[in-house]
Design a protein around this ligand. Structure first.
Ligand SMILES: O=C(O)C(=O)Cc1ccccc1
Length: 268
């Protein structure tokens, strides 16, 4: 099975993808991964979606809002960051925005005067550090190779740092058989109590939400898409009933069923 994920080699996304694919290709943007799967160029895509310290990867949520791929599996994995550099005399810390945010307290207390550089992935930051002694990277300790030192390990702000990735498949392969479901609701309207109304069909059927996140629709200020994950599968009658009720409330907009899936916990 061929899968595309965030590269270059050595990213956390790469490590997660190894659990589901034997052939892995890389690109430098989450949007590019979603596009490759939607167009049928590559069978699977793996993107980071949410982190226990830093929250949602908004680029991922926005790319999924096109609703042209499906979620087939979620991968949950602990993340332990290391600080990597040629030596201690670095001036810049380069990494993915999520990694920098997950280590904010550490950087503020240990290296308050160093410049921060956001790059497209942790592995890209490691590459920067390998090519430039003025740069340190935050990434997985195994990416240090022969030319970088691991200056510090476990530098994330909380010892428990977990990231959730999703495995994407083309829309035609959408599964209804997993135990969790991801949805996007775009009501395209606004009135007092709208969100309450949209959530009641879940509550009435004892369906628990594991996540709700609003993202701007891009249409106008104050207009939102709601990304919702629930703890039931699309194959369940109560999920179908709740969704048809929600569809009639959101009849000026749309409801996207991204798919039902199970969870794989990956330790590496
Ligand atoms: O840049 C990477 O290595 C990624 O895969 C994105 C990411 C960054 C930080 C934590 C989890 C995923």
């Amino acid at each position: 099975m061929r899968a595309i994920t965030l590269g270059p080699e050595g990213t956390y996304s790469h490590r997660a993808t190894r659990a589901v694919a034997d052939e892995i290709v890389f690109t430098e943007s989450v949007t590019g991964i979603v596009k490759s799967v939607a167009s049928g160029d590559i069978e699977r895509g793996v993107i980071p979606i949410e982190n226990s310290i830093e929250g949602s990867v908004t680029e991922s949520l926005d790319a999924l809002a096109e609703c042209n791929v499906s979620v087939d599996l979620e991968i949950v994995t602990p993340i332990q960051h290391a600080l990597l550099a040629q030596d201690h005399d670095f001036e810049v810390v380069a990494s993915h925005a999520q990694a920098l945010a997950q280590c904010r307290t550490y950087l503020d207390s240990e290296y308050p005067d160093r410049e921060i550089e956001t790059v497209s992935s942790t592995a890209r930051g490691v590459e920067r550090a390998r090519n430039d002694s003025a740069v340190a990277a935050i990434g997985h300790p195994d990416t240090s190779g022969d030319d970088l030192q691991v200056l510090a390990e476990d530098i994330q702000d909380r010892s428990s740092n977990t990231t959730r990735f999703v495995v994407l498949v083309p829309r035609e392969e959408r599964s209804v058989s997993g135990g969790k479901t991801s949805l996007i609701i775009y009501p395209n309207t606004d009135y007092p109590g709208l969100l309450l109304e949209l959530l009641e069909p879940f509550s009435e059927r004892d369906i628990s939400l594991s996540r709700i996140e609003s993202r701007p629709s891009g249409e106008r200020l104050g207009d939102y898409l709601f990304h919702i994950d629930i703890d039931t599968g699309l194959y369940e009658e109560r999920t179908q009933q709740a969704l048809s009720e929600i569809e009639s409330i959101a009849d000026s907009g749309w409801v996207c069923r991204l798919g039902s899936y199970d969870t794989k916990h990956v330790l590496y």
